[in-house]
Design a protein around this ligand. Structure first.
Ligand code: ZN
Ligand code: ZN
Length: 339
């Protein structure tokens, strides 16, 4: 049996082992993909550490922003063929028949499989995809730049959609990191006016470069007061921040009737002001990745040249260092592994 190099979680919380593992064989409905790149997401760190209530089972290979070429297809696969470029995603597959799947909410399917979590992901030279759920990568796309679209891109794009902010209205984007810097670009491409909130000046400068009209440094002024004063509050607020404090703060950034969408996923709770939520008619909703159709749309925005994630490339052997840097908040934009 042929083998490949992959980064394997052998024990939750331990460093990943970069080692030889067998190249998997595609079963019915699956395709084997030779990877070219894979983005590294904060969720991969949570997976390797077993941070969430439903834990993955070692040994497993993380990674859900993988881009590569189809080299073999299993029985019954008709929608992709050898030579196509495809990607994996967090939504690796869903059941297709439950109420959520039937109503266009496959991201909420209780039978879903998750790339790099319940099935092996893209931190290796090869991976399997479920052909019906794989993302199709358009010809000519830069495999480094498009990798972050597969999780960060589709996640913020969907979050912006469910904020219900219309063209010409204000969206406040809290946190200009791996997700947030892509969110500013999507929001502008969708015709929204952007207010960006962060605690570091260079991230705010980046947001201005991408078209944010208002920026607020939350260390220097109260972001809710600042937004109420400068724009009368935002019609929608997208929270991509990795700190809990940003979540309570976000509610006060909205104008009356506004919607606050949570994309970031720090552990814990926050106090929510009942009086404000009721009297101002606010909506607070969570949003997790996106459906296959959201993915098609998110990739189309990229393909039209409207989205350029900030990326830095590294090698598979550096994966543990990359994860440490993510944990320490030292990653600007997105790290993409190149094979
Ligand atoms: Zn992710
Ligand atoms: Zn389902």
């Amino acid at each position: 049996m042929e083998s490949m190099q992959a980064a394997v979680v052998e024990e939750l919380g331990a460093p990943l082992s970069v080692k030889d593992t067998p190249i998997p064989e595609p079963g019915p409905g699956e395709a084997l993909v030779r990877l070219v790149t894979s983005g590294v997401c904060h969720t991969d760190v949570h997976a390797a550490h077993g941070d969430w209530p439903v834990k993955p089972t070692p040994p497993f290979i993380p990674g859900h922003e993988g881009v590569g070429e189809v080299v073999a297809v299993g029985e019954g696969v008709t929608n992709i063929k050898v030579g196509d470029m495809v990607g994996n995603a967090w939504l690796w597959s869903a059941c297709g028949v439950c109420e959520y799947c039937r109503t266009g909410w496959e991201t909420l399917c209780e039978q879903q499989q998750n790339g790099g979590y319940s099935v092996n992901g893209s931190f290796g030279q090869y991976m399997l995809v479920n052909a019906a759920y794989a993302a199709l990568i358009p010809p000519g796309a830069d495999p480094v730049e498009i990798a972050p679209i597969l999780c960060a891109g589709v996640t913020v794009y969907k979050g912006l959609k469910v904020s219900e902010v219309r063209p010409g209205q204000w969206i406040a984007i809290s946190g200009i990191g791996g997700l947030g810097h892509v969110a500013v670009q999507y929001a502008r491409a969708m015709g929204m006016r952007v207010a960006a909130i962060d605690v570091t000046e260079d991230k705010l400068a980046l947001a201005r470069e991408y078209g944010a009209e208002v920026t607020v440094n939350a260390l220097e002024e109260d972001p809710a007061d600042a937004l109420q004063e400068k724009i009368g509050g935002a019609h929608g607020v997208l929270v991509t921040a990795v700190h809990r404090s940003a979540f309570g703060q976000a509610i006060a950034m909205a104008r009356r009737g506004g919607t606050i969408v949570f994309n970031g996923l720090p552990p814990g709770d926050f106090p929510a002001p009942i009086f404000d939520i009721v009297l101002k008619g606010l909506t607070i909703r969570g949003s997790i990745v996106g459906t296959r159709q959201d993915m098609v749309e998110a990739i189309d925005f990229y393909d039209r040249g409207l989205i350029h994630p900030k990326v830095a490339t590294r090698e598979l052997g550096e994966i543990n260092a990359v994860m440490d840097e993510l944990l320490a908040g030292q990653v600007d934009g997105r790290v993409v592994l190149q094979y």
